[in-house]
Ligand binder design. Sequence first.
Ligand code: NAI
Length: 315
Amino acid sequence: MAELRYDHQVVVVTGAGSGLGKEYAQLFAARGAKVVVNDLGGSIHGTGSGASKAADDVVSAIKAAGGIAVADYNSVEFGDKIVQTAIQNFGRIDVLVNNAGILRDITIKNMTDEDWDIIMAVHVTGPYRTTRAAWPFFKKQKYGRVINTSSSSGLFGNFGQANYAAAKLGLVGFTETLAKEGLKYNILVNVLAPGAGSRLTETVWPPDMMAAMHPKWVAPLVTTLAHPSCKETGSIFEAAAGHFSKIRWQRSDGLLLRADETLTPDVVLCEFAKIGDFNSKGARSDGVGNMMELLEKGSKLPKNNIEKSLDFNGR
Ligand code: NAI
């Protein structure tokens, strides 16, 4: 099998001074890419910055292995500056991995606006600003690959992470929209929800789990999604410890009720179990169906009726 190469490509990895980003940067560089290693060098809670060491160390390791890389110390909140680093040093940008991240774990009751705002700034505004800055270059060259980093916390929720989960699921909507906007320019955008032993997980995971979940076992999916031969877009993947999977939304077949004065809360309660029935044949994973078709069908239905009294468990 031919080795996937990234020669002549310029890859920006945000938050590449440690953990997952560091592995992505090193793998891209080992396969020929010129890499911008972005990291502002702060704490896991988003405090402190200006520690250039994290990015510098990764750049040194890449250069020592014969690769090409440059460090960038800007916060992703100023993503346009990160893209400028790529343009100034290498004259182009082909791949953007929005990976930088922090945590502010706290339950909703005790959450402050600052806990909320900083998570949104790093995880949502950061990828937005960086991607927006890269977009004109992608569009002009009719080529771009973007990988946005979500989390199982965003996809499924996690205790004490309402801020982080909201931001991480926000990136899914961001990605699904950009995949549509980018398709005709060959700009492909996907989401990755990784799992890896890093400084974000070392306080909660035991050492053997940290070892098994080394970030290097996630990196091959990121590089694959970023390769010119990969045509995937608008998709959500999970990767951890060498296990790779794809996630999709699924809509139940649902129930079409006649939209008139008989469509009351009582009718909805009565039909609640059918609305949420995933076992029927018509369950779908795509977007909004044909509304006009549904309206037409609905208008031909008999008047809605409360057949029997049900509670919310459908009993
Ligand atoms: P990490 O803490 O080892 O690496 C994150 C890097 O981002 C750090 O080097 C940090 O300095 C940098 N960073 C933070 N804020 C930044 C900013 N404003 N601008 C530039 N750089 C900044 O963490 P890890 O685990 O490698 O996380 C990478 C990404 O993966 C994050 O987005 C995280 O939320 C996500 N993730 C990680 C999981 C895991 O199991 N490790 C699980 C799910 C998602």
